[in-house]
Design a protein around this ligand. Structure first.
Ligand SMILES: [Zn+2]
Ligand SMILES: [Zn+2]
Length: 667
C-alpha cells in the first residue's frame, strides 16, 4: 500500500480478513502509527521494503467503489521516477480521500450515458451554426481521425492568434463525446477559463467539469468523484488536473502550450505540458498542443516529425493580423509628451497620437507594461540606497503608499526617511510600473474610461471575470495591464496595443529570455484587431535591432525560432541538451554553503556531463532561506547520475535539497 505521504516506499498489511485480496488500485484504509490513513494498493513495491509477515497489521477497511485506474498508477510511478520525488508525494496530488469519506456508500458505477434528447438536439442546432474555414476544416478532420484511431500521437495545432484553434479542437472534443470518451483540457490560467467555459457552453449546451485551486473543497470532491466514476466527460483545468483519475480518457488538449505557468515551481517540480504528453502516451491516446507561438521545444519536435503539425495560417472570419511598428526610444525627438511639471511621459509622441486617434474612433486601447507596482525601486537620492526586503535579496517594489516584496509578499509602509543615511524626504520612486502608467494615463486622457489589470489590483477570478465582461461590453476605453492580459482573451473592439517597454525580460542569464519575450509580445500584439477593424501595435524599445524586435515587426516567427534554435544547439541547451538543477537551501548561510562544497567533493564520474556549481543562486535569499545551486548539463537524462551522487551523502538537517528536472527558472 502506498500512502499519500512524502515516503518513497510501500507498506505491507494483512488482508486475510478480506473476502478476496484487494486488487491493485483498490483504495484502502490502513493503520499507520496512531492514525488511520487512506492509501492505494500498489501493483509493485517501488522501493521493495518487505516487512516481516508476523507483525503485519490488518487493513481497516476497503473502499468498495471504483479503483484508481491502472493508467493513473503507471503515471504516478513515472512522474515519481522522473522528478525524483517520493511516490507517496505524487499520490497525494492524485488522491482526494475526503471525497471518499463523504461518499461512504458509493453509487454503482454508471456507464457513460448518451446525451439526453434535448441536449442532443441543441448540439445539433449549435453544430450547424459553426462554420469553419477550409484550413480549420482540414485540421478538424485530421484531429477527428486521431480521436477515432485512439493511439498515442502528439499533434501541434499551430495557428496565428485569432485563427480559431479552439473551434478546431472543439470538433475533436465532440467526436470524443460521441464515442463516450473523457477529455481533459489544460489551460494555463484559471482566469482564462471563464471565456473558455462560455464558448464551450454555447457550443455544447452543457458545462464542463472544472478543476483548479479556486474551487471550494466540496466542489473539488464532487468533481474528483464524478471523474473517477466516469460521469464527468469534459474536464477543463489547471496543470493539477493531470493527476485526476480518468477511467476512459480519450484525448488531452494543452492550450497555450508555450505558457511558462505550466511549469510548477513549488512542491513537486514538474512541467505540466511535458507530463501531459507522458500521460497521453500511457493511455495510448492523442494529445493536442495548441499555440500561436509554440515553444522552441515543441517547434523543434514538429520540425523533426516527432509531432504531427496542423497549421492555421489565417485569422478567422476575415480578420487580418495586426500591423506591428517599432518606436525607437533612443531618439529624443519622439519623447515630447509631457506630464504635470514638465516630466517626460512613459508614452512616446507617436504612441500618444495613436491613442488619441483610437479613442476618438471609439475603439479600445491596451497599454502593456509587464511590471507590477508603481516603480520597481525606492531609491535614496542622497546616498543611493535601495530599500531591500528584510527576508529576500531583492529590492522592495514601490506600490505608492507601501513597499512590497514580489518574492515573499512582505509589506511595509513607505518610510519618510532613508533607512541608511536617515535623511528626510529623499526617497524617490525609480523606474516604470503599471500603477505609474495608470496615473499618467489619467492625466493625459482624462475622459477615457480606464482600468488596470494586474495581480495587485484584481483579486480572485470573480473580479477578473467582471473586468473581462466590462471590456467586452465596451465599458472600458483604455486598459492597462501586465502579462495577465496577454493570454488568449478575445476583445473584438480592441484595435490598438501599445507596448511601453518591449525590452523588459531580455536581460538576465535565462537561456529562454528571448523566446519568452517573443512569445509574450506576440501574444499581447495578438489581442488587437481580432474582428473587422485592423489592429495596430506600437512597440517602444531601446533595442529596435534586437532579433526579437525584428522578428516581431517582420511577422517572421519561424525565422526567429530557427535562429534561436541554432543558438541553443551551439550551447547544447534544450531541446539539444538536457538540464537539471539541484537547489540547496536553508536558514543558515554557512551550513548551506558547506553542504554545497561537500557535495562538490562527492561528484561521481561525469560521463559526458557538465556540472556547474555550487554557486550562490541569483536570488540568493528568499523568505530568509539562503540558496545555492548546481546546474547539470548533458545529452541524456541525469536521474541516475543524481541518484548516485546523493546516495553517498547525508544532508545536514537544516538544509533542504530540491531537484528541478528541465529547469525553466534559473534564479
Ligand atoms: Zn540615503
Ligand atoms: Zn521578500
Amino acid at each position: 500500500v502506498i500512502l499519500p505521504l512524502p515516503l518513497p516506499h510501500a507498506f505491507s498489511y494483512d488482508a486475510s480478513a478480506q473476502e478476496t485480496c484487494p486488487e491493485p488500485g483498490t483504495i484502502v484504509q490502513v493503520p499507520f502509527g496512531k492514525q488511520a490513513l487512506w492509501g492505494v494498493v500498489w501493483p509493485s513495491n517501488p522501493a521493495s521494503s518487505p516487512a516481516p509477515t508476523s507483525t503485519l497489521k490488518p487493513i481497516h477497511q476497503v473502499y468498495e467503489g471504483e479503483k484508481l485506474p491502472p493508467t493513473l498508477i503507471s503515471f504516478i510511478d513515472w512522474v515519481a521516477r522522473y522528478t525524483m520525488t517520493p511516490v507517496g508525494k505524487i499520490l497525494k496530488m492524485a488522491l482526494h480521500t475526503k471525497a471518499l469519506l463523504r461518499d461512504k456508500k458509493p453509487k454503482r458505477q454508471k456507464k457513460l450515458a448518451s446525451l439526453p434528447d434535448s441536449e442532443q438536439s441543441r448540439r445539433e442546432a449549435q453544430r450547424q451554426s459553426v462554420t469553419l474555414s477550409p484550413d480549420q476544416d482540414a485540421a478538424a478532420e485530421a484531429l477527428k481521425a486521431s480521436i477515432d484511431a485512439q493511439k498515442f500521437d502528439v499533434i501541434l495545432l499551430d495557428g496565428v492568434t485569432g485563427s480559431g484553434k479552439t473551434e478546431v479542437y472543439f470538433e475533436a472534443l465532440e467526436r470524443a463525446l460521441d464515442q463516450g470518451l473523457q477529455s481533459l483540457i489544460l489551460l494555463p490560467e484559471i482566469a482564462l477559463t471563464t471565456q473558455w467555459i462560455q464558448r464551450f457552453q454555447d457550443r455544447f449546451g452543457f458545462s464542463p467539469t472544472q478543476w483548479h485551486s479556486d474551487l471550494t473543497p466540496a466542489r473539488k470532491e464532487e468533481a474528483w468523484r464524478s471523474i473517477l466514476q466516469g460521469e464527468a466527460r469534459v474536464v477543463v483545468g489547471a496543470r493539477s488536473a493531470l493527476f485526476l483519475p480518468f477511467p476512459r480518457l480519450g484525448m488531452v488538449v494543452v492550450d497555450e502550450e508555450h505558457d511558462p505557468s505550466f511549469k510548477q515551481e513549488e512542491g513537486v517540480i514538474y512541467h505540466g505540458r511535458d507530463m501531459a504528453i507522458v500521460r497521453a502516451r500511457i493511455h495510448g491516446i492523442p494529445i493536442i498542443l495548441a499555440s500561436a507561438t509554440p515553444s522552441l521545444e515543441t517547434f523543434h519536435n514538429a520540425q523533426q516529425d516527432r509531432y504531427k503539425l496542423l497549421k492555421l495560417s489565417n485569422r478567422h472570419a476575415g480578420a487580418s493580423l495586426p500591423l506591428i511598428q517599432l518606436i525607437d526610444l533612443r531618439q529624443e525627438a519622439i519623447n515630447t509628451v509631457r506630464l504635470q511639471g514638465g516630466k517626460k511621459s512613459l508614452i512616446s509622441s507617436p504612441l500618444h497620437q495613436a491613442i488619441e486617434e483610437t479613442l476618438e474612433k471609439k475603439q479600445q486601447v491596451l497599454l502593456f507594461l509587464n511590471r507590477r507596482g508603481f516603480a520597481p525601486l525606492t531609491l535614496c537620492k542622497k546616498c543611493g540606497h535601495r530599500i531591500p526586503c528584510p527576508y529576500c535579496s531583492v529590492p522592495l517594489v514601490d506600490h505608492r503608499h507601501r513597499l512590497l516584496c514580489h518574492q515573499c509578499g512582505h509589506k511595509s509602509p513607505k518610510p519618510t526617511a532613508c533607512p541608511q543615511c536617515h535623511e528626510e524626504d529623499c526617497l524617490i520612486s525609480w523606474g516604470p510600473g503599471v500603477e505609474r502608467l495608470a496615473d499618467e494615463v489619467a492625466y493625459l486622457y482624462p475622459h477615457a474610461r480606464t482600468a488596470l489589470m494586474s495581480s495587485d489590483t484584481l483579486s480572485g477570478s470573480a473580479s477578473i471575470r467582471q473586468l473581462i465582461q466590462q471590456i467586452q461590453d465596451r465599458e472600458i476605453d483604455l486598459l492597462i495591464g501586465t502579462q495577465m492580459i496577454a493570454k488568449g482573451y478575445h476583445f473584438p473592439s480592441l484595435t490598438l496595443v501599445g507596448v511601453i517597454d518591449g525590452d523588459l525580460g531580455l536581460s538576465g542569464g535565462d537561456p529562454r529570455a528571448s523566446e519568452r519575450t517573443f512569445h509574450l509580445l506576440s501574444q499581447v500584439a495578438g489581442r488587437s484587431g481580432r474582428a473587422q477593424e485592423k489592429g495596430h501595435v506600437l512597440l517602444q524599445s531601446h533595442m529596435p535591432d534586437h532579433p526579437v524586435m525584428q522578428a516581431l515587426v517582420a511577422g517572421n516567427r519561424d525565422l526567429f525560432l530557427s535562429l534561436e534554435s541554432q543558438e541553443r544547439q551551439a550551447y547544447g541547451l534544450p531541446p539539444y541538451g538536457r538540464l537539471a538543477a539541484l537547489i540547496l537551501s536553508g536558514k543558515n548561510a554557512w551550513e548551506v554553503e558547506g553542504a554545497g562544497r561537500q557535495l562538490a567533493q562527492l561528484l561521481p564520474p561525469l560521463e559526458e556531463r557538465e556540472v556547474w556549481g555550487p554557486a550562490p543562486a541569483p536570488l540568493h535569499v528568499i523568505r530568509g532561506r539562503h540558496r545555492w545551486r548546481f546546474l547539470i548539463k548533458s545529452t541524456q537524462s541525469s536521474q541516475g547520475f543524481i541518484h548516485q551522487w546523493l546516495s553517498g551523502w547525508s544532508c545536514p538537517k537544516g538544509v533542504q535539497v530540491q531537484i528541478d528536472m528541465d529547469p525553466y527558472n534559473f534564479l
